[in-house]
Design a protein around this ligand. Structure first.
Ligand SMILES: C[S@@+](CC[C@H](N)C(=O)[O-])C[C@H]1O[C@@H](n2cnc3c(N)ncnc32)[C@H](O)[C@@H]1O
Length: 183
């Protein structure tokens, strides 16, 4: 995270606060997540250098930049087209060439790149979308904030074993923007 210039992902007017441990607005009612929670989720993913990763909720591209430094390839999906375009431009300008950004609805995942060794959600659905579980490799892991209301969200870790069976653990209470449905 020290190697990642967070000020380049934050809007100009918030650049001075970019290294404070707090979320920052990125427009369109969305935020760049608090560094502490980015660290917790990244750590929980247990990334290896050969992993292929899917992120739902590109936002500013900051979390994708962290993932890109710890894995082989990152596909990140963003439902707000302007944010997707900005994240792609920022990541490209900083030289993160193993990340692809798509304007797409994360509820459907990204089948052309599946299966993924790791999947990370940075917006909260009411329940883990089945399409994402299907796009996870055997021995894969998905980390997601889950909960229908802001007050009732938990960070979940879902593991898929070599036979395809899944098990889920709750890690800690969190507060993420809701994952919205595509049109
Ligand atoms: C907390 S922000 C993500 C922060 C981001 N990971 C970063 O590092 O800046 C959540 C993002 O999820 C996006 N989002 C919400 N619902 C989505 C969906 N169904 N598919 C894809 N992106 C979605 C929002 O537009 C928002 O940009």
């Amino acid at each position: 995270m020290r190697a990642t210039p967070r000020h380049c992902f934050a809007p100009h007017e918030y650049a001075a606060q970019a290294y404070a441990d707090k979320p920052l607005p990125i427009g369109h009612g969305q935020t760049i997540s608090q560094p502490f929670i980015v660290a917790v989720m990244t750590e929980r993913l247990g990334l290896a250098p050969h992993h292929r990763v899917l992120e739902i909720g590109a936002g500013s591209g900051y979390q994708a930049a962290i993932l890109a430094q710890l894995s082989a390839h990152v596909t990140t999906l963003e439902i707000v087209p302007e944010l997707a375009a900005r994240a792609a431009a920022t990541l490209h300008s900083l030289g993160y060439h193993n990340v692809e950004v798509h304007h797409a609805d994360g509820y459907l995942g990204w089948p052309p790149g599946a299966p993924y060794d790791r999947i990370l959600l940075t917006a909260a659905p009411a329940a883990i979308p089945q399409a994402l579980v299907e796009q996870l490799c055997p021995n894969g892991r998905l980390v997601a904030p889950v909960g229908g209301s802001l007050k009732n969200q938990k960070l979940l870790v879902l593991d898929k074993d070599s036979a395809g069976h899944t098990s889920t653990r709750r890690i800690l209470p969190v507060r993420f923007v809701p994952m919205v449905r595509g049109g």
